[in-house]
Design a protein around this ligand. Structure first.
Ligand code: ADE
Length: 418
């Protein structure tokens, strides 16, 4: 088996942590047990480009239990947990190409190694695997029946490929399932972003001015949790409806140039480029802390900050302090890479349980409908999405009511009014 990891000796620690995460992934475990018996992915080769975490390890185990031949590479150079990569290779015989801190060339070499297995299904988080395949490895397209995409940024890229008529195979947008983005993006990003900021800085959030850029599901989660920690939260938006939502959720909505002057901590979660620019840095207070929790490291203009700063010092593991010509210090966390995975461990297992249940069942769906889909971005089928919500409720021992016959009839009628 081919692989590239930091140190295979790290496997025992990785295994313990993978099992710990598994104890909080009951829905994925149920799917794994069924896959073990039914083997719905028999004969399928799956190339996955995901954050190499304990939760992803349990997804890989599930796909393998379903009969698939699986290979995993990292979807971000700083999110790989090296002990997990080692354990997947050593204990679960799953091929992994990922090393924490790998450079750009190694990152793409690893993606290409994952593609070398000639996948039938791609599983992506951010669409780097799919875009590499479409740009450089087109000879592989013939074997592919479909793919899945985990995150908002990836789905946006893939929709753009569809609109430009270059998407060469069908993709299931896992991100858009209700049991994914309502939970993972909101509660997962909310908690893990705060976790990353605290691990990187150990600052007290209570009483700080905390500025959230973007009020999508991820921004909503971070704003909500920062408020819960006692911060005074401001929101930056460009979309009028989202801005209004933030206002009515009780947040201070202001233009970014204004917030630059009073913020203590800034977090970007917009999915867009150059969100915090040099004009913002020029206004920031001494000691401002700046982090990104969006998928790519393009939201903060760090190259421009580097050009302007007179000095740069690594103060803590995930904290670089830049000195501005005026002497003010600006603290950049995790080099502007997604803070929740670079400085913390990503979303907790119990929320990834639903995201990765969607991934597993979407892969099964692709294997079943083989070749019948067009080259478009598709939603996760509704029955899969609702089924996952039911299984999660069962696992939480939470029981809900059912409509009575009279209520069902009422909801399907139009004659009844006042
Ligand atoms: N994305 C966010 N958190 C994650 C995690 N724990 N594992 C894999 N992908 C993630």
């Amino acid at each position: 088996m081919k692989y590239d990891c930091k140190d295979i000796e790290l496997a025992p620690g990785g295994k313990e942590r993978i099992e710990w995460a598994d104890s909080n992934m009951p829905v994925l475990r149920l799917i794994r047990d069924r896959f073990e018996k039914e083997k719905p992915l028999e004969g399928m080769r799956i190339s996955a480009c995901l954050h190499v975490t304990t939760e992803t390890a349990n997804l890989m185990r599930t796909l393998k239990a379903g009969g698939a031949e699986v290979v995993l590479c990292a979807s971000n150079p700083l999110s790989t947990q090296d002990d997990v990569a080692a354990s997947l290779i050593h204990d679960y015989e799953i091929s992994v190409f990922a090393v924490h801190g790998e450079d750009n060339d190694t990152y793409y070499n690893h993606i290409n190694s994952a593609l070398d297995t000639k996948p039938h299904i791609t599983m992506d988080d951010g669409a780097d695997l799919v875009s590499t395949l479409h740009k450089d490895r087109r000879e592989l397209l013939d074997d592919i029946i479909g793919g899945t995409e985990e995150t908002t940024t990836g789905v946006i890229r893939l929709r753009s490929m569809e609109a430009n008529e270059v998407l060469a195979y069908p993709i299931i947008a896992v991100n858009d399932a209700l049991t994914k983005h309502l939970f993972d993006n909101r509660y997962g990003t909310g908690q893990s972003t705060i976790d990353g900021i605290i691990r990187a800085t150990n600052v007290l959030l209570a009483g700080t001015s905390f500025v959230v850029f973007g009020y999508g599901w991820c921004g909503k989660g971070v704003a909500m949790r920062a408020r819960g920690m006692g911060a005074k939260v401001s929101v930056i938006e460009v979309d009028p409806v989202r801005a209004l939502e933030a206002v009515m959720d009780g947040f201070n909505v202001v233009p970014s140039m204004e917030a630059a002057e009073f913020g203590d901590i800034f977090v970007t979660l917009t999915g867009d480029i150059s969100v915090i620019r040099i004009e913002h840095f020029n206004k920031m207070k001494n000691g401002a802390i700046v982090a990104n929790s969006g998928h790519f490291n393009v939201e903060i203009d760090i190259p421009d900050l580097k050009k302007t700063a007179t000095d740069k010092k690594r103060i803590r593991k995930d904290l670089d302090q830049y000195t501005m010509p005026s002497g003010r210090k600006i603290n950049i966390l995790a080099e502007g890479r997604l803070i929740n995975l670079a400085a913390a461990e990503g979303h907790p297992a119990s929320v990834m349980d639903m995201s990765f249940a969607n991934q597993s069942l979407s892969a099964e769906y692709l294997a079943k409908v083989e070749k019948k889909l067009e080259n478009r971005v598709y939603p996760v089928p509704k029955d899969i999405d609702r089924g996952i919500a039911k299984l999660k409720l069962d696992a939480l021992e939470c029981h809900i009511d059912e409509l009575t016959e009279k209520q069902k009839k009422y909801l399907s009628s139009w004659e009844f009014g006042t």
